[in-house]
Design a protein around this ligand. Structure first.
Ligand code: CA
Length: 227
C-alpha cells in the first residue's frame, strides 16, 4: 500500500516509516499539517497515518479539510493515551480508526489491513474477485489451483488491482500506488511486475487492455439477476 505518514516527532516518524517499509509498504513521510494536505492532493495514497499534535495545522484540522474536500482515503489517527476527547472528535470528523501512543507495529499493520479492506468493500481478511484471492497478512495469492507467495512489489501490484476489481489502471496509476517518493522506478517496472505475477499465477490472472492498462475482473454477479 502507498501510505502517507504525518508525524512531527523525528525519532517516532523515522522508526514508523522504516517499520512500514520493512512490511513492504511504500511510505512518504511529512512533518506538518500543511505538507500533509499538499501531499494528499498530489499523490494517490491508500491510507493516511495521522498524528494529531502537528505544527502549521493540527491533525484534526487536516482531517476536517480532507473530508470537506471530498478525499475519502482511510485515515488512522494517532493519539496520546489520555486523548479520549481527541479520539471521539477524530472519529466524528471521519477518521476510520485510531491508535494510542506508544503502539506496536503489528497492531498498526493489522489496522491498515482492516481499513484497506473496508474501503475496498470487503469484510473478509482475504481480498478476492471469486477466481483470484490474496491474503494481505501472508502475501499468499491463489488462482486456478496455484497458491504462491508474492514478492513485496508483486503483492503491492495485485493488491492495488484487487481493491478496484473491474477498473482498468494505467501504468502511471499503478506506479503511483506502488512506489513512494525517492524510489527509483525503472521505465518498464510495472510491465515487469505484471509479467512476474502472471508467471506465478497464470496469464489470465490479470487482463491487459491494450493501450490503456490492466484490470482484474469484477466477481461475476449471479445473485442480483433479474427474474
Ligand atoms: Ca506530534
Amino acid at each position: 500500500m502507498r501510505i502517507l505518514l504525518v508525524e512531527d516527532d523525528h525519532m517516532l516518524g523515522a522508526a514508523t516509516q522504516q517499520a512500514l517499509r520493512d512490511a513492504t509498504h511504500a511510505v512518504d513521510w511529512v512533518l506538518d499539517g500543511e505538507a500533509a494536505l499538499q501531499a494528499v492532493r498530489c499523490e494517490p495514497y491508500e491510507a493516511l497515518l495521522l498524528d494529531l499534535g502537528l505544527p502549521r495545522r493540527d491533525g484534526l484540522g487536516v482531517l476536517q479539510a480532507l473530508r470537506r474536500g471530498g478525499y475519502n482515503l482511510p485515515v488512522i489517527i494517532v493519539t496520546a493515551r489520555d486523548g479520549v476527547d481527541d479520539r471521539i472528535r477524530g472519529l466524528d470528523l471521519g477518521a476510520d480508526d485510531y491508535l494510542v501512543k506508544p503502539f506496536e507495529i503489528g497492531e498498526l499493520l493489522a489496522r491498515l489491513r482492516a481499513v484497506a479492506r473496508r474501503k475496498g468493500g470487503q469484510a473478509q481478511a482475504t481480498l478476492g474477485n471469486g477466481v483470484l484471492s490474496l491474503d494481505p497478512a501472508t502475501r499468499m495469492a491463489s488462482h486456478g489451483g496455484a497458491t504462491v507467495r508474492l514478492s513485496a512489489r508483486e503483492y503491492s501490484l495485485l493488491h492495488a488491482l484487487l481493491l478496484r476489481p473491474g477498473a482498468v489502471l494505467s501504468r502511471d496509476e499503478l506506479e503511483g500506488l506502488i512506489y513512494g517518493w525517492n524510489e527509483e522506478v525503472e521505465s518498464n517496472a510495472v510491465e515487469y511486475l505484471i509479467h512476474s505475477v502472471r508467471k506465478k499465477l497464470g496469464a489470465d490472472a490479470i487482463r491487459n487492455v491494450r493501450g490503456v492498462g490492466w484490470v482484474v475482473e469484477r466477481q461475476p454477479d449471479t445473485a442480483g439477476e433479474a427474474p
